[in-house]
Design a protein around this ligand. Structure first.
Ligand SMILES: Cc1ccc2c(c1)c1c3c(c(C)cc1n2CCCN)C(=O)NC3=O
Length: 278
């Protein structure tokens, strides 16, 4: 159970090396004193007062925690423990020793279609679960797909970092300009209503990268990337896609569609012939 403990995280966990840091804060490996189990502790500085630039809005972190607490799925990061004190919150999360999918692809250059499908099926099951509960992630990218272990034939993945995730209330049009240029959908840039379809565009971009090692819309600058996304300007470079199956290209084409409603849903992706051959 996740209880809000007034005591410090260090009473219950021995803090070890830093695993990474970013807009969210710092993540350290840690060891639960009572069990010896290793976890990842995510330290998020929360602003002392509104308007200050340092740290994140506390309400934003509380939203992430509220969403994470509710979720229970093998491909979604589970929250093990939570500590909140005045200027920071500490989320104790499952340790994913295999690191980011981003680094895994970087090491391997690109994946075979079978390997890519192995990852995508898990990502799609996790996203299908989220969307089934009217939650959109809004920041899907290889940096937010973590591997349990990496030197195994079929690495298990979990989706992390629900800092931008939203509960999609019916009728409430959520608009927000954030996310990472390479992966964001046209409707985000046009400040139009966002939906679960926004995540599906990101999955199209992730699939393109898994198969080629290249990012379909990336330009020299963020501005160029954003204009490439708006134009939907991408192609299957012969040099990298010459031996990619037509099914794989069709899968990507049905996700990188400008009109959100025309994109495949996670459920439709899971029965697409490339993913689920007859
Ligand atoms: C081995 C390793 C290396 C870096 C890690 C993690 C694990 C990690 C983890 C988590 C988060 C939110 C960030 C993490 N980072 C920071 C980078 C995430 N994009 C997490 O929830 N579990 C992790 O293992």
């Amino acid at each position: 159970a996740v209880a809000l403990r007034a005591r410090s995280v260090e009473e219950l966990y021995e803090l070890l090396e830093t695993l990474g840091s970013g807009h969210f804060g710092v993540v350290k490996r840690c060891r639960e004193r009572s069990t010896g189990t290793f976890y990842a502790a995510k330290f998020v500085k929360t602003r002392r007062c509104r308007g200050s630039r340092r740290g994140l809005e506390r309400v934003q972190v509380e939203r992430e925690v509220a969403i994470l607490r509710d979720l229970q799925h093998p491909n979604i990061m589970r929250l093990h423990d939570l500590f909140a004190c005045r200027a920071e919150m500490v989320l104790v999360l499952e340790l994913m020793r295999g690191g980011e999918l981003f680094d895994f692809i970087a090491e391997k250059e690109m994946l075979s279609e079978e390997e890519a499908i192995e990852f995508l099926e898990q990502i799609l099951h996790g996203v299908q679960y989220l969307h089934g509960r009217s939650i959109a992630h809004f920041d899907l990218k290889p940096e937010n797909i973590m591997l349990q272990e990496k030197d195994v034939p079929k690495p298990q993945i979990k989706i992390i970092d629900f800092g931008l995730a939203q509960k999609l209330e019916d009728g409430v049009t959520f608009k927000s300009l954030c996310g990472t240029p390479q992966y964001i959908a046209p409707e985000v840039i046009n400040y139009e209503p966002l939906s679960s379809a926004t995540d599906m565009w990101s999955i199209g971009v992730i699939t393109y990268i898994l198969l080629s090692g290249f990012s379909p819309f990336q330009g020299e600058t963020d501005a160029e990337t954003l204009s490439n996304v708006l134009e939907g300007a991408y192609e299957f470079e012969e040099h990298y896609f010459s031996d990619t199956s037509e099914m794989a290209k069709d899968f990507i084409r049905q996700l990188l569609v400008k009109e959100p409603q025309e994109r495949m849903t996670a459920s439709e992706c899971l029965v697409h012939p490339w993913i689920k051959p007859l």
